[in-house]
Design a protein around this ligand. Structure first.
Ligand code: ATP
Ligand code: MG
Length: 283
């Protein structure tokens, strides 16, 4: 049995449950319980505030956790980051009022900066040799300059819309973050084996995201050119059709490349193109 901590509610909750689901780990999302047992895998899910996940994992209260890398870096607990999970992408950035002129990190010398990430900011300023006044606040960091609580902020940015609506401009991206799988250092052999099994399943589920399965009929003489258009995992599958001179070709493509590939394939004579959803990619 292994225990994983995930965010109880918030931006990472749904995608964490979805990843477990895609990995064949069924858990009912009963929000009133804080611990649930999977029916299909020897795993328990512990629902916590994201701030508490690194500590819970470092203490072994949970063996694993899914949390933003920003929280791992800020809390500084002893945990191993074992897998990047490709969702919850954001960055933590310094932002200043739009009317100001930015001159590089030295701009912040002697300034008051509001943030919920004091440790990451302290490390950045130490690297840059800047001495500034870091002012830790728990929430609504972005309004601090407008109300006179700070000269600048250090906060999470994803699209940048919140900054713009508060008259701020991003000037330094200090940390790139996404959701990560973390583990207690020194898991028992039994738990380590379960972790490896989970990581293998997560990878297969993550690999298949944004991928499509493509099949089409192709004149035999176009096969070489089609292979250049479609570099599949090893190489595309080609099967003969009953009608001589034609074959069926199967491959996997990234969704964002799909239309370009289809147009290129039509131009060399592809017909009857089917695009199918892809469940899992096992490498
Ligand atoms: P909790 O109640 O669990 O403490 P929270 O309010 O601290 O929740 P959320 O706003 O749900 O946290 O964000 C969780 C994580 O989602 C962040 O730590 C970060 O890793 C990631 N994230 C991605 N994009 C954003 C964004 N635009 N704003 C905030 N967090 C984001
Ligand atoms: Mg939090």
């Amino acid at each position: 049995m292994i225990r994983i901590a995930i965010q109880a509610k918030g931006r990472l909750n749904e995608q964490s449950l979805e990843l477990l689901h895609d990995a064949g780990v069924a858990v009912d999302d009963n929000r009133r319980k804080f611990l649930t047992r999977s029916a299909s895998f020897p795993l328990e899910v512990l629902y916590l505030r994201d701030d508490d996940i690194p500590q819970a994992v470092s203490m072994g209260v949970a063996d694993l956790g899914i949390v933003g890398f920003n929280e791992v870096a800020e809390k500084g607990f002893d945990v191993s980051v074992v897998q990047q999970l490709g969702f919850g992408a954001c960055r933590i950035s310094l932002a200043i009022p739009r009317a100001e002129t930015y001159t590089g990190p030295g701009y912040f010398a002697g300034k008051r900066i509001a943030t919920s990430y004091p440790r990451i900011l302290r490390d950045f300023f130490a690297r840059e040799g800047v001495v500034a006044d870091i002012h830790e606040i728990a929430g609504s960091v972005e309004i601090a300059p407008a109300v006179g609580m700070a000269d600048a902020i250090f906060d999470i940015v994803s699209s940048g819309g919140t900054l713009v609506s508060n008259g701020l401009v991003e000037v330094e991206q200090v940390l790139q973050s996404e959701a990560v799988l973390i583990a207690t250092p020194g898991l028992s052999a039994e738990k380590q084996a379960l972790l490896e099994q989970l990581m293998f399943r997560f990878e297969a589920a993550l690999e298949s995201r944004g991928m499509k399965y493509l099949l089409m009929n192709l004149p035999q003489e176009s096969v070489e050119r089609a292979i250049e258009i479609l570099p599949a995992m090893r190489s595309p599958t080609v099967m003969p059709l009953a009608q001589t001179g034609w074959c069926s070709m199967h491959s996997v493509v990234r969704e964002e490349e799909l239309w370009n590939k289809i147009e290129a394939l039509k131009a060399i004579g592809a017909e009857g193109i089917l695009v199918l959803a892809l469940e899992k990619i096992i490498k």
